[in-house]
Design a protein around this ligand. Structure first.
Ligand code: FAD
Ligand code: MLT
Ligand code: ZN
Length: 451
């Protein structure tokens, strides 16, 4: 093991190979604190060539490699399942000038989404992915997880933003397609294959990303409602009137209580409600006027300016940290067709209660998410973090309602046993065949996606 760290230090510099357990701790525990792992060392290459060197050294030593960006993933995919080398991409900080003619930019894997927003925003353009982890989540990590987020309803997930990637494969070879030619029909699209591959097919080192003209904020509405069914109906009315809905988020009383306890924020509306819809419309100011005629079923707060909008968004965006401050959550990220969302929500309580150990604390369920794309984040506090029963019950329910067991977070380590609920044996075999072809020794992120 010492030889491995020494060889890595020779390749990328001693100061970029961490072996001190205290320094490694922030890399080997995941954001939720539910998953931990051991690493021989953390390697922090600063260039694509150095990433290739790290991969070659690891291959020579037959050492598993766990790529990691901002370590904000929520399915345990970025922390080692066994001993290996944690390859941090945070020093891959290339950020090219914005190509305003093509509305594209090339960014290194370690650039954070917030840094990318600031860079392209200065050129009057916008990147389609926005998520509450933006200050830490990286370009490479969001590609590897095919991250969704707050604007998926309007711009799609990360795959829809991706024009090409540069990546290091398991044999140390580099593939690069950063030219940004949108009309390109020359065989397999390797960038799209790497999107959502969760570090199992290659280490993304840079990407060519699609941008769009920045859309002005028109209006943000927070409406108090009686449940997910009325939220879906209200959203349909808003979308029918305002073409520029770019976020439609849902949360409930349990989550709002935790957020308010954690942040000290005041109540958002004069009265309390079981459920809330937060919708943001972009575009010209008249889009706000178009909403005026919609009969809101309860109270609503309306923000026409950015500070007012940010104040409303805090109630939604601070859910994840507030939940984690209250304990180590079971985080299930599911999606079903919109028409089935209310029925699924109705069935969740019984499923979670039935799966919780009778001797344990009563489960606290916090449900929120990207309702516009049928995506609910089901968080359960109480059951032991090592107990998988609640996780399996919720994922089985999502599959039974014709939905996805992972709307946006990926499979990681957390959902490996449940992949078969959504993917046929033939599909899993095809995915395995691709992985084996690109990484015959199985060195890249073993234990993620498949056993
Ligand atoms: P990491 O956590 O470091 O890694 C995630 C996975 O990608 C791992 O499997 C890792 O091995 C792999 N990986 C990382 N970098 C590379 C690379 N360069 N090449 C190959 N593989 C790599 N997710 C959403 O989809 N939508 C949300 O709205 C959202 N909101 C969040 C809010 C909060 C507060 C938090 C904490 C998380 C949220 N997430 C959300 C989850 C998380 O931010 C995303 O999954 C994000 O894409 C992870 O990026 P990262 O750089 O932190 O990746
Ligand atoms: C979000 O939408 O805020 C995230 O996906 C994070 C979470 O699920 O906690
Ligand atoms: Zn989310």
């Amino acid at each position: 093991m010492d030889r491995l760290a020494d060889d890595l230090a020779a390749a990328i510099g001693t100061e970029h190979v961490l072996t001190d357990p205290d320094l490694m701790a922030g890399y080997t525990t995941d954001w939720t604190r539910r998953y931990r792992g051991d690493a021989v060392c953390v390697a922090r290459p600063g260039t694509t060539a150095q990433v290739a060197d790290v991969v070659r050294v690891c291959a020579r030593h037959r050492a598993p490699i766990v790529p990691q960006g901002g370590n904000t993933g929520l399915v345990g995919g970025a922390v080692p399942a066994g001993a290996g080398v944690l390859l941090s991409t945070r020093r891959l900080r290339r950020l090219d000038p914005v190509d305003t003619l093509a509305a594209q930019v090339t960014a290194g894997a370690g650039v954070t989404i917030a840094e990318l927003h600031a860079h392209v925003g200065a050129a009057g353009l916008e990147y389609g992915i926005s998520l509450a982890s933006r200050d830490s989540a990286t370009v490479g990590g969001t590609i590897a997880t095919n991250a969704g987020g707050l604007h998926t309803i309007r711009y799609g997930g990360t795959r829809a933003q991706l024009l090409g990637v540069e990546a290091v494969l398991a044999d140390g070879s580099v593939i690069a397609r950063l030219g940004g030619v949108p009309a390109d029909n020359t065989g397999y699209d390797l960038a799209q294959l790497l999107a959502g591959s969760e570090g199992t097919l290659g280490v993304v080192t840079a990407a060519r990303l699609r941008l769009r003209p920045a859309e002005p904020h028109a209006v943000t509405v927070l409406a108090g409602l009686d449940g997910v069914g009325t939220a879906v109906t209200l959203l349909a009315e808003i979308r029918a009137r305002a073409p520029g809905v770019r976020a439609a988020e849902y949360f409930e009383a349990a989550g709002l209580t935790l957020v308010r306890e954690h942040t000290g924020l005041p109540a958002p509306l004069p009265r309390a409600y079981p459920a809330y819809l937060l919708a943001e419309v972009a575009g010209p100011a008249d889009h706000a006027e178009r909403l005026a005629g919609i009969p809101l079923p309860g109270d609503a707060a309306v923000a026409l300016d950015l500070p007012g909008s940010a104040a409303l968004w805090a109630y939604r965006e601070r859910h994840t940290e507030a939940i984690s401050a209250a304990g180590v959550p079971h985080k299930l990220d599911i999606a079903v067709p919109l028409a089935r969302l209310a029925a699924l929500r109705g069935a969740l309580g019984d499923a979670v209660r039935a799966a919780s150990a009778p001797s344990g604390p009563p489960p606290l369920m916090i449900v929120f998410g990207h309702i516009g794309v049928g995506n609910l984040h089901v968080n359960v506090l109480g059951p032991d973090p090592a107990d998988q029963a609640v996780d399996e019950a919720v994922l089985r329910l999502a599959a039974a309602y014709g939905g996805s067991i992972s709307a946006e977070h990926g499979i990681g380590r957390a959902k490996v046993p449940s992949l078969r609920l959504n993917r046929s044996p033939q599909e899993i075999a095809a995915m395995r065949a691709i992985r084996t072809a690109l990484d015959p020794a199985g060195l890249l992120n073993p234990g993620i996606l498949f056993t």
